[in-house]
Design a protein around this ligand. Structure first.
Ligand SMILES: [Mn+2]
Length: 403
């Protein structure tokens, strides 16, 4: 039996607007959260002496990360390497620089030939040796047009046709890998991208449009034991068995769109034809929205305080949203609310002011006037100067005559 840890979508550098500077470390406190989230699968792998660690892409927010982010990621990869745990790094869309040289943020691990570390940046099949046996790994990294198609192939095609051609090429490449699998050995497919029918989380706006969408059928081959994907941040299981097909999900929350999503990583026990998997939470920082409709409230401050006190949670990122009428806006003391929530990790207060209706009503405008548009318009323009009214009525006359 081969023990595997699979984690994904680290995105160092994201979500830092909800963190302040930690004066002791000089780091953004949310970045520290992201670091400790990464430590969970890394430490689990080391403490349990797993046979294989897999990261399915999107290491940083951008493919040109600050040295700080590179250093903290590299420390963790080094730890896996020193513990002789075979480690796979798969290139995600946020790791790729859209340049002709096709370089990516994980290239450096290839170049330095770190012991026990394998980087996958193209579709291929490799046998990875672990202390408990060989695992066959088919890799499907983020696919870029320039790596998959030649200029001659796509020059005269529409974007849609190019996508279809790329999907067809991916299918052929995957199938040729699948055909080469030794039926006796355990086999996994790791990917970074969108599988049709997968449910997006709030990261949708980050990347949609740049990635292809693969049919689930590409990955349902009985020769595979486990299909582990990255890219979509919401952890989800698309198929429970033969093979297991899932998204590990990201390791930490980026924003309030993920308030109700747990974050974590996957532990696998892999044998040929038999897979046991378990989702382990990283216990990500809590995000809590406190909502309050104060439009009908007699005592907005008291009602809002009551709601805040019932929902407040120490150490969480808190968002207070309330709707209030324009005339009552001054009755809420935001400083007092901030004081009540001073133990939160971060705080956002978002009042929504309900404005009085500003539509001007012209009392003698009625349906009877419909037969005489010019006099109707004249009444409608009651608060214009005589001069402007004259110009507008002239223009209107021309338009009406044309009609
Ligand atoms: Mn991605």
């Amino acid at each position: 039996m081969i023990k595997v840890v699979h984690f994904s979508d680290l995105h160092f550098g994201s979500g830092e607007r909800y963190g302040s500077l930690n004066p002791e470390t000089g780091l953004n406190k949310r970045f520290e959260d992201f670091i400790s989230a990464l430590d969970k699968p890394i430490n689990f792998a080391v403490d349990n002496q797993v046979d294989l660690a897999i990261f399915t892409g999107d290491t940083y927010k951008h493919a040109t990360p600050e040295p700080l982010y590179q250093r903290e990621f590299a420390k963790r990869i080094k730890k896996l390497s020193l513990n002789k745990i075979p480690t796979i790094l798969l290139v995600g869309n946020h790791d790729v620089l859209y340049r002709i040289d096709g370089s990516d943020a994980l290239d450096i691990y290839n170049t330095l030939e770190i012991d026990h570390v394998t980087v996958f940046n193209r579709i291929e099949l490799k046998n990875i040796k672990t202390k408990s046996g060989v695992v066959q790994v088919i890799a499907l990294p983020h696919i870029t047009k320039s790596r998959l198609l030649t200029k001659e192939e796509y020059r005269n095609l529409s974007t849609k046709e190019q996508d279809n051609l790329m999907i067809e090429k991916v299918k052929q490449a995957l199938n040729s890998c699948i055909q080469k699998l030794d039926p006796v050995l355990p086999s996994i497919l790791i990917g970074h991208g969108t599988i049709e029918k997968a449910q997006f989380g709030s990261e949708q706006d980050l990347s949609i449009g740049k990635v292809l969408s693969y049919p689930l059928s590409f990955f349902q081959s009985g020769s595979l034991d486990y299909v582990g994907f990255g890219h979509i941040h919401r952890h989800q299981v698309l198929q429970a068995d033969k093979p297991v097909i899932l998204y590990a999900g990201s390791l930490e929350r980026v924003d309030f769109g993920e308030e109700n999503e747990d974050k974590g990583f996957i532990c696998l026990e892999l044998e040929k034809g038999k897979v046991k998997y378990e989702f382990k939470s990283t216990e990500p920082r809590k995000f809590i929205t406190i909502s309050c409709d104060l439009t009908c409230s007699q005592n907005p401050q008291a009602d809002l305080e009551k709601e805040v006190l019932s929902k407040r949670h120490t150490g969480s990122v808190i968002r207070v949203r309330y709707i209030i009428s324009e005339e009552n806006f001054g009755l809420v003391n935001q400083e007092k609310i901030k004081e009540l929530l001073k133990d939160s990790f971060a705080l956002v207060i978002q009042p929504e002011i309900l404005h009085k209706e500003r539509t001007y009503r012209v009392s003698d405008l009625n349906l009877n006037l419909i037969t005489n548009p010019m006099s109707t318009l004249e009444k409608y323009l009651f608060d214009y100067t005589e001069e402007d009214k004259k110009i507008l009525l002239e223009k209107a006359k021309g338009l009406i005559e044309n009609l």
